[in-house]
Design a binder for this molecule. Structure first.
Ligand code: BG6
Length: 487
């Protein structure tokens, strides 16, 4: 894909973790691939702890280089990538410093992208300072999650940012929407006739969406302890995945058609009655344990975490969607840190056949199941029953696999790379609109409130397991179990 969309990409939080691990590596990959970024495009990093451009490039060489090109670094491309980078030292607390930024970017061609890879408390001050020097014109702004702490704080940020930037200029990033298999889910659902007729309550018994991580809170204990899994993963990534799984076919793939349909799902989520929370929501916190042979510490002893913390590192939920397509079908969502495996997948369990001439085994639910593995090893697997070879009619479960790396030679694009290119090229479809975000906060808020008021701590689980037993018990009440518990 050749582009001539020129741009100036201003990166706030230029020496932060996200810049180091995701944003700069993604821009480098786009640069290295050739043709994705206009030659005239510039990156202007903003940070406080570095003196000048030479110092910043030193930091980039030391910290970003190890995160790029896992299959060997192209040194020539790396050198020309560094040529794109400029640097401005700004104290974000001082609005007058933004004059320096204006001077650095004025005269540079193309659209200006301001990427706010900073804490949410800086979003509004940065936007106001940008406006004070006239930089809100001809520009787009990218806001990282978490956008706020609850509905009220997220509305306050959105209101204030909305006074400076129009909604079409605001790109709220949720990197799960940039993952290739999530895009593929849209292709699978809306590019084929096979699945859509079955994609409804008449044929689907239940759906599971899991994002499980082996990692703990790493160096983010302080942030995470004030956030928890519900805000960190459910309000955004899991509800976004749910809305893509459950949405109606959009009229087109333009940004508002897709986002309108996702919004309808979020608005149709059955509100959680605080009295039912014990039945439909499980929260857990990891204790010490062993992951892949290595002993790992308890959450409460991680740096930055309060020893008596009641923050959840695991959440499992039963969610219902109140519309004709999905009424009565349970959606089980689950996420957690320090679980037994790193896996993100969507499992669609179809109903059993209504009558079986082939014996009782064909009447068992779960004979047909679609498993969409988002990571690792992106695959879509369709389970069916087949006759076992030999005498008699004995059925066994078999599967059809769609393994993307067998069909497509080019590697998958990293989520951040796709999303950054979308911002530069003005494509909003994979970014969260304000009304979607509000609907998601509105739905999670009763759970947040109930847990905050409750004097029951989260349920403990040993690191390296699949979370508290209560998460399995919740599914058992619906005669089902998590995928890894099958057999
Ligand atoms: C981030 C969360 O949004 O997503 C992290 O803040 C989490 O806590 C991460 O680890 C997971 O993303 P991925 O792409 O590694 O599954």
């Amino acid at each position: 894909m050749q582009t001539d969309s020129s741009f100036t990409f201003v990166l706030f939080g230029g020496t932060g973790d996200l810049a180091m691990r995701k944003i700069l590596p993604a821009l480098f990959e786009a640069h290295r691939a050739g043709g994705m970024l206009a030659d005239s495009g510039k990156i202007v990093a903003v940070a406080r702890h570095v003196a000048d451009r030479a110092g910043y490039l030193e930091w980039v060489n030391e910290h970003v280089k190890p995160h790029v090109s896992k299959n060997g670094l192209d040194e020539t491309a790396w050198a020309s990538f560094l040529d794109r980078i400029d640097f401005v030292k700004i104290d974000l607390g001082k609005a007058e410093d933004f004059v320096l930024l204006r001077d650095a970017v004025s005269g540079l061609p193309g659209i200006r992208v301001f990427y706010l890879a900073t804490g949410p408390s800086l979003f509004v001050p940065i936007c106001r300072a940008l406006a004070s020097v006239g930089l809100n014109e001809n520009s787009r702004i990218v806001l990282e999650k978490p956008l706020g702490y609850d509905l009220k704080s997220s509305n306050a940020i959105n209101d204030a940012v909305g006074e400076i930037f129009a909604e079409e200029q605001i790109y709220r990033i949720d990197h799960y929407l940039g993952k290739e298999p999530v895009q593929n889910l849209l292709a699978l659902r809306f590019g084929n006739v096979l699945f859509e007729p079955l994609w409804r309550r008449e044929w689907v018994e239940s759906i599971q969406i899991t994002i499980a991580e082996e990692l703990g809170v790493e160096a983010r204990g302080d942030f995470y302890d004030n956030t928890g899994a519900l805000r960190d993963m459910v309000q955004n990534h899991l509800l976004q995945l749910l809305s893509i799984v459950a949405m109606e076919p959009p009229h087109s793939m333009d940004s508002d058609s897709v986002r309108d349909e996702k919004l309808r799902v979020l608005r149709a989520l059955k509100p959680i009655d605080p009295r039912d929370i014990g039945k439909v929501a499980v929260r857990g916190q990891y204790h010490a344990g062993v992951i892949r042979g290595n002993a790992v510490p308890a959450y409460a002893t991680e740096p930055g975490v309060k020893p008596d913390s009641t923050t959840e590192t695991f959440v499992a939920l039963k969610v219902e969607i109140e519309n004709w397509r999905w009424a009565g079908v349970p959606f089980f969502l689950r996420t957690g840190k320090r679980l037994a495996d790193r896996v993100a997948e969507i499992v669609v369990n179809f109903r059993a056949v209504p009558h079986s001439a082939l014996g009782a085994s064909a009447l068992r639910g779960g004979a047909n199941r679609l498993v969409i593995r988002l990571q690792p090893n992106e695959t879509i697997r369709l389970y069916c029953l087949a006759k076992q070879p030999g005498e008699g009619m004995n059925l066994a479960s078999v599967h059809l696999d769609l393994a993307f790396d067998r069909f497509f030679r080019e590697g998958q694009m990293e989520a951040y790379q796709r999303l950054l290119l979308d911002v530069i090229n003005g494509r909003l479809a994979l970014f969260v609109r304000r009304d979607e975000q509000e609907a998601a906060w509105r739905w999670v808020e009763p759970i947040l409130n109930e847990w905050a008021a409750s004097n029951k701590p989260p349920k403990p689980y040993a690191s390296g397991t699949w979370g508290p037993a209560a998460a399995s018990a919740m599914l058992a009440q619906h005669d089902t179990c998590w995928l890894e518990e099958e057999n």
